[in-house]
Design a binder for this molecule. Structure first.
Ligand code: HEM
Length: 298
């Protein structure tokens, strides 16, 4: 944190800007309570906020600290102890596992809240521009310092690996991406075959003695499989773009294939035993699908 001079220099933060912020402090002081309430409304919309701000004590402690931090944004004295405290806040957030995304997003609120107040107290253009510039810089420097602990945590985890471990990690990442492309190709092939199955079922409907009822059900079944294969491809695209991979899509594909069998077997009286087994498997898969969905929501 000794390099806070560099930070101020890189943001071209001047003493005049520190003074401008100090002049804003009395007004911001009066706004602190509104700020805290609106800040909380905002971060509560993140969904998992309650996992971090677990009980009334923590919430009231955090509310108090957020208020102090907000007023301190306009303290006018941005020295070593100011930035050391910001760094400490960042470390606490890292320690509790708070996603850095939450902090970034909360800063959008902070920024717009302050700019709105500046907007409402417009005096002249020159002063207005100076105030905006000073506010933008102090907010950005705060965000920079708060998130630097996140970057250092990642870096230290990486640096603590030995050379061999780093090589293995890099190799595994490369191998993983090749496998993913292979999987994407294989899935495209499956979708292609599903189209083939659909065309074949249409052929059977018109040019064999399969019967109209069974024929239509068979076509419907192959459409179901095609739809599930497309879902799986979508999931793989999400995965390649860095989002998680949903096991639910695989379960859905298995269900689609079994439902297709049910549609076909339902017309034949001899297969009632097999139908019963397939039915039980479908129920099992549906429960797994539901459980996977529940886990995603929590
Ligand atoms: C602008 C963004 C934020 C700022 C400036 C901020 C500020 C702070 C401060 C000043 C502390 C207390 C550090 C100390 O003990 O001295 C703290 C702790 C904490 N913050 Fe934040 N915070 C922010 C965003 C968030 C968000 C979005 C969450 C949760 C969703 C969160 C959860 C917590 C928790 C759980 C603690 C620990 C409380 C404890 O000590 O029990 N913070 N934060």
């Amino acid at each position: 944190m000794q390099d806070y001079h560099n930070l101020k220099e890189h943001y071209k933060f001047t003493d005049e800007e520190a003074m401008i912020l100090k002049e804003l402090q009395p007004r911001m002081n009066k706004l602190a309570d509104v700020f805290i309430d609106e800040f909380y409304d905002y971060i509560w919309g993140f969904g998992k906020t309650a996992q971090f701000l677990k009980n009334k004590e923590i919430i009231s402690y955090h509310r108090k600290k957020i208020g102090e931090w907000f007023i301190n944004l306009f303290c006018g004295k941005y020295d070593l102890s100011y930035f050391t405290y910001l760094y400490k806040i960042g470390e606490i957030h890292v320690k509790i596992g708070l996603p850095t995304h939450y902090v970034n997003s909360a800063f959008t609120f902070v920024r717009t809240f302050i700019l709105k107040s500046i907007e409402e107290n417009f005096v002249n253009k020159e002063q207005h521009i100076k105030e905006i510039r000073a506010v933008e810089k102090i907010v950005d420097m705060n965000l920079d310092t708060l998130t630097s602990s996140y970057r250092e945590e990642e870096l230290s985890r990486y640096l603590s690996l030995s050379k061999v471990e780093k090589n293995i990690l890099a190799g595994l990442k490369k191998f993983n991406s090749y496998i993913n492309y292979f999987l994407a190709g294989a899935l495209a092939l499956v979708a292609f075959f599903a189209i083939g199955l659909f065309v074949y079922d249409i052929y059977l409907l018109f040019f064999s003695d399969i019967g109209i009822e069974k024929g239509i059900l068979t076509v419907l079944g192959s459409l179901l499989v095609l739809w599930a294969a497309i879902e799986l491809i979508n999931e793989e695209i999400n995965h390649l773009q860095g989002k998680g991979f949903a096991i639910g899509a695989f379960i859905m594909l298995a269900m689609a294939a079994l439902i297709r069998k049910v549609l076909i077997y339902s017309l034949s009286s001899e297969k009632s035993e097999e139908l019963l087994i397939i039915g039980a498997v479908i129920v099992g898969l549906s429960i797994s699908y539901w459980l996977v969905g529940m886990k995603k929501k929590t």
